[in-house]
Design a binder for this molecule. Structure first.
Ligand SMILES: Cc1cc2nc3c(=O)[nH]c(=O)nc-3n(C[C@H](O)[C@H](O)[C@H](O)COP(=O)(O)OP(=O)(O)OC[C@H]3O[C@@H](n4cnc5c(N)ncnc54)[C@H](O)[C@@H]3O)c2cc1C
Length: 426
């Protein structure tokens, strides 16, 4: 009793768990993926500081693994929740990893010998992984997972595994946790760019998403940090970013702004310019939303570096024998520009995490029309929900950036802390 359950191990959930654990509360952190880290682990640098994302995230992830007050459950999802504030029973289902988590030492010998290569979801489609693999370059826990859908059971990995940790079969397990309160930090999912067919995603090889670009720019990503055209492996001489793909778009019932796309495009445009000063980089936008501390100055820096800003959104990307063509009206000048990019980056918006609906139904809390979780009050109760003892943090309620997600994690921790302490003193 007096414990707290945190659902989701992205930066918001990590911050919530650490703040609580550092104040003596036992936290059960439930993450459905094989590693914690969430989307921040996929990013190269982070605006507005241009810190290396993993350099600031990884110490927090490691602290989660080592903290005596934190119990981490990966590959786990909430099955049911019963009770009320001060006395919840949370039942979770832990999916098999086909690895004995207590034996694997993360040496990676099994990965080296595995002959199977498959699409790597973490590298957002621009890389491959083995059938036995680490889910990201610096995972927590730092152990492997075997993918039963692609493993051919050649058993080579069994032979090289010193601690004998690999399992052919493993059962799903059910765990019951008692908790005083619950924090939902289930984050977001990226917009499926295929829904905007006119931009040619997955039909034109040199049209990629902003998350794929993040992985390409990253030194530990699939191209070792080099920006490449997927059609011919060459460095692009011209890159065009198309903003608001899946945001502020009534035609697909996504009227809201995703909040981070302007800033992430400015960041990545600058990173391209720093790596390849001769590459022409243009951002096509509706308006630039640089609302946070230091964000306006960040935008100014991009202009000084030579990034071009063209106010206007193209309606499509066309391909012919000469390459890709984008026609866009510059709404500042009333002129039509014709661009011939080597690479097009779609700045994709953010939507509610997969299964948000079922989590909310299990908890008995309402969703917004957009599908994000509804907080008690958007002005003054941004981390509370209609259910006492159930809080929400980060992008689970709306698109937001890392600084805001971290602040929300801290506030949700404070509210959950009060419930935990009250429960202890009863
Ligand atoms: C291309 C791109 C670039 C960006 N660049 C920046 C940047 O430079 N600076 C910046 O400030 N922001 C940036 N952002 C935004 C940033 O990614 C988010 O602000 C941040 O990741 C939000 O963290 P979160 O913890 O709320 O969500 P997430 O990172 O989505 O984490 C949620 C976690 O919950 C887990 N989860 C989901 N559902 C369940 C469930 N049912 N049960 C258990 N676990 C679950 C997920 O697996 C995940 O680990 C960028 C976003 C994009 C798309």
């Amino acid at each position: 009793m007096g414990d707290v359950v945190v659902i989701g191990g992205g930066i918001a959930g990590i911050q919530t768990a650490l703040d609580l654990a550092n104040h003596g509360i036992v936290v059960h952190l439930i993450e459905r993926e094989p590693s914690i880290g969430g989307h921040m682990a996929q990013l190269d640098k982070t605006f507005p500081t241009n810190d290396c994302s993993m350099c600031i995230l990884s110490p927090k992830m490691v602290e989660i693994a080592r903290h005596p007050n934190i119990r981490l459950y990966t590959l786990s999802e909430v099955e049911s929740i019963e009770g009320e504030v001060g006395n919840f029973t949370v039942t979770i289902k832990k999916h098999p990893r086909y690895i004995d988590e207590t034996l694997c030492n993360g040496c990676g010998d099994c990965i080296q010998i595995c002959p199977v290569e498959v699409y790597n979801r973490f590298d957002a489609g621009v890389g491959v992984r083995k059938a036995i693999y680490k889910p990201q370059p610096q995972p927590v826990p730092d152990i492997v997972i075997k993918d039963p859908d692609h493993c051919i059971e050649c058993k080579l990995c069994y032979d090289v595994c010193g601690p004998d940790a690999i399992r052919e079969k493993q059962e799903e397990t059910t765990i019951k946790i008692s908790a005083a309160s619950i924090v939902i930090a289930t984050g977001y999912t990226i917009f499926d760019a295929c829904r905007k067919v006119q931009f040619g995603y997955l039909t034109l090889p040199d049209v990629i998403t902003s998350l794929e670009l993040e992985r390409m720019i990253n030194a530990s990503g699939p191209t070792g940090g080099k920006i490449r055209r997927l059609s011919n492996g060459e460095i692009p001489r011209s890159v065009v970013f198309i903003q608001c793909v899946g945001s502020r778009d009534m035609s697909i019932d996504r009227p809201y702004c995703s909040g981070v796309c302007c800033m992430q495009a400015i960041k990545n445009a600058m990173l391209i310019k720093e790596k390849y000063p001769d590459t022409d980089v243009t951002i096509c936008y509706i308006d630039i939303r640089a609302y946070g501390k230091g964000y306006e100055e960040y935008w100014e820096r991009a202009k000084e570096l030579g990034v071009k800003f063209l106010r206007g959104l193209p309606s499509n990307v066309i391909a012919d024998n000469s390459g890709m063509i984008i026609q866009v009206e510059n709404t500042e000048k009333g002129e039509v520009h014709v661009l011939h990019p080597d690479l097009v980056v779609l700045s994709i918006g953010m939507g509610p995490a997969v299964n948000t609906e079922s989590i909310a139904a299990r908890l008995g809390i309402p969703l917004e029309k957009s599908g994000f979780i509804q907080p008690l009050n958007d002005a003054v109760e941004t981390v509370a929900t209609i259910k006492p003892g159930i809080y929400v943090a980060g992008t689970a309620t709306a698109p937001r950036d890392i600084p805001d997600s971290v602040s929300q994690g801290g506030s949700a921790a404070m509210r959950a802390f009060i419930d935990a302490i009250r429960t202890r003193s009863v």
